[in-house]
Design a protein around this ligand. Sequence first.
Ligand SMILES: NC(=O)c1ccc[n+]([C@@H]2O[C@H](COP(=O)([O-])OP(=O)(O)OC[C@H]3O[C@@H](n4cnc5c(N)ncnc54)[C@H](O)[C@@H]3O)[C@@H](O)[C@H]2O)c1
Length: 363
Amino acid sequence: MKKFGLGVLGLGEGRSIISGALHSQLWTVSQLCDLDEQLGRERCREFGLTNFTTSLKTLLENPAVEVVGIYTPDHLHATHIIQALRAGKHVICTKPFLNDLTQAQEVLRAQKTSGKHIMVGQSSRFFAPFARQRSHFNTGAFGELITVEAYYNADHRWFLKKAWAKTADFKWLYGGLSHPVDLMRWYLPDIAEVMGYAALSKNGRELGLKNPDTFQFIFKSSDGIPARVSGTYHSPVIPLQRDSNMSCILRCANGASQGDYYDLRYAWKLGEQSNIETFEDQDDYYFRFGGHSHHAGEYQNYIEYFARCLTSGHSPQPDVLEGIVTVALLQAMEKSCTSGLPVKLADVLALHDLSELLPAGTP
Ligand SMILES: NC(=O)c1ccc[n+]([C@@H]2O[C@H](COP(=O)([O-])OP(=O)(O)OC[C@H]3O[C@@H](n4cnc5c(N)ncnc54)[C@H](O)[C@@H]3O)[C@@H](O)[C@H]2O)c1
């Protein structure tokens, strides 16, 4: 199978995609780019690479770069996606796909005009317990889905050392909750309405965070299925033996299942049968440096999937359409917190002239 040339923009979390690509038979790393020259030198040394630039223009003009992986701060994703597409590159963009909907139309137009593919790097879908939960659910044995509960709690006080995380542009609602919201939408793509509450914790406020870091939301799908998503980001978490930082629970007519980020665990019950499967033996594949704070294995899984899609001509999931609808849902959640009222996804999409993206059947 053909190898694709990857250009990596943003070398903080971009480190994980470099590792994923270098360990893959389907990719070569063609060029690295970051405004921070010292970081660029460090990454080149770490991975034995030489082709680094501080100029995005240079990266985009490099014919060996067929796909740009975008790992810049959240509020820059839209602009960088548009620039990469206009330069004729395919795009992988980390979550949150966009920080709001202001440039969504422009992203859509750039994608259509370029004819290039966009894949949203929703890494959790590509982590063993959640991937196993999905394929198990797909067997149909669990029967009708009754509800989904997903959460992501983490003590991310260290993240606030980054200058951009303390600006008004940074929102955990997008940066953090995009994980459990994506897991929920994987099973319930047609969420119609949401309501919820958010707060800025004392810990977050004292560290200089501008926006809320504590969230509880409930959702309703277009055929009336309720779901729940929550998250906290600046306080200690429950010991991992008892609870996982990130979890997705499916309750169904014939059984129930729970995918846990830690400790790479998947538990399920079907009729009289139950089991707890663990993927701990894959810890070294998933986490290659920086303890559990990086995501190289998940990224390797998603770029290999992306390469297979590019080769076969299939649109990778989540694609630009799914990505924008998830951002619209995050925006509906934000709106509900400020208004104290339920918000319909259809109204948020209509406000941004994006009604054609409303999943079929959603009121
Ligand atoms: N599980 C996941 O998928 C996951 C995990 C962590 C981070 N992320 C995402 O990765 C992105 C980056 O986060 P991070 O923690 O690496 O932040 P970071 O601040 O550590 O790194 C961002 C890098 O982008 C560079 N940069 C900024 N503007 C640039 C520009 N115009 N041109 C070139 N380089 C530029 C900065 O110099 C910096 O090195 C965020 O969107 C974050 O949400 C995703």
